[in-house]
Design a protein. Structure first.
Length: 366
């Protein structure tokens, strides 16, 4: 049935979508070989109990996706794999994020693996309501999705699951749907940063992070707090600051950072900005305050002083996420699997032992 606005009823759309998925999976798995003829419409209708109209709609979808082709008077055939357009989409909060060094490094890894596998990559935004609506409409135009946005909503993911479309979470994830995820261990990243400062003798530690809105930011804070607790320290609430990803927020936060000798910042660019803001306030890093960043972007080794940071294997993250998605596309029956990539501490010039024991007075013991 078609509504007055021209859209199809939910039942009809579900039937032809389910039929298209059935053949799509058989083609991708190799059960249907290149140039093999599909069963005739009467046979499909008889075997599967669907209408001829449902079959025609499903075949139109598959033909539009480049999976099948028709020969007048002979039938419908599976298109050879090499001629099938295979494209996956990376979903980000905003296309502007592609200019961030972290995201560009991840995309580089994605691109390398996808190109080797014969795939192309599109990038789609999902930060606005209209973006998410557009994404839902585009869902079956892609062979699979790389979900890299912290603002990805459960409804969109549920749609991908219902449509049996392969997807992989990359970097970000939804706590209630931590499936098919290739992630960085942000808990360990926070722990490494805090352990380093504590090992140098710091007892008053501050944290600047991206807030509680995203799972990976919460993970990072958890790692810092876990390390502090293990050493009998408490990360005081007044020493925890939410900067999002804003350089301007750092400029506002630094004047309020008092009585800490070690500062952990969840992003290298923000950490370098913090060092500059501290200098403007008359404080020298690491003499007056040690600073640890996270990511190990190029700016970390070019700053003055060079930034101690936690290196995240971002390009490898992209490679493994792309490889996982291609495997799911080729073998839809693969079980769900999660991969966690480990960080490592890179010690440079921005951290040192506190100058005076008196600087540690007022520490809050756990």
């Amino acid at each position: 049935m078609t509504r007055e606005d021209g859209s199809k009823s939910a039942g009809q759309a579900t039937k032809h979508g389910a039929l298209a998925r059935r053949f799509r999976q058989r083609i991708r798995s190799g059960a249907l070989k290149p140039d093999q003829a599909l069963p005739s419409e009467p046979k499909i209708a008889r075997d599967l109990g669907v209408s001829r109209n449902t079959i025609r709609q499903a075949m139109r979808d598959l033909e539009h996706e480049g999976l099948i082709y028709r020969v007048q008077g002979k039938g419908t055939f599976v298109r050879a794999r090499g001629s099938v357009r295979r494209t996956v989409a990376l979903v980000l909060h905003d296309i502007a994020y592609t200019t961030h060094p972290f995201t560009s490094a991840m995309i580089r890894g994605l691109g390398e693996a996808l190109e080797n596998g014969g795939y192309s990559l599109d990038i789609l935004p999902c930060g606005r309501d209209e973006d998410r609506a557009n994404l839902s409409g585009l869902a079956k135009s892609y062979d699979g999705f790389l979900l890299g946005s912290a603002s990805m909503d459960k409804q969109t993911v549920a749609r991908l699951i219902a449509e049996e479309l392969p997807f992989v979470f990359v970097k970000n994830y939804l706590p209630d749907l931590k499936i098919n995820a290739v992630l960085l261990d942000y808990v360990q990243a926070g722990r490494l940063a805090a352990e380093h400062l504590i090992g140098l003798g710091n007892r008053q530690i501050g944290l600047i992070y991206a807030g509680e809105a995203t799972a990976i930011s919460r993970d990072f804070r958890l790692g810092v707090e876990t390390a502090c607790t293990a050493h009998g320290l408490t990360l005081a609430p007044e020493n925890i600051h939410d900067a999002g990803l804003s350089v301007n927020a750092i400029q506002e936060i630094i004047p309020s950072v008092h009585d800490v000798t070690g500062l952990i910042i969840m992003d290298d660019e923000l950490a370098v900005t913090a060092i500059q803001a501290l200098a403007a306030a008359g404080k020298t890093v690491p003499r007056d305050m040690s600073v640890v960043g996270c990511n190990d972007m190029l700016i970390a080794s070019m700053s003055s002083p060079k930034l101690t940071t936690v290196r995240l294997p971002v390009t490898e993250l992209g490679r493994q996420a792309a490889s996982r998605l291609m495997a799911l596309i080729e073998q839809p029956s693969l079980p769900s699997d999660n991969t966690m990539l480990e960080p490592e501490l890179v010690v440079r010039e921005s951290t040192a032992r506190p100058r005076k024991a008196s600087a540690q007075r007022g520490n809050r013991q756990g």
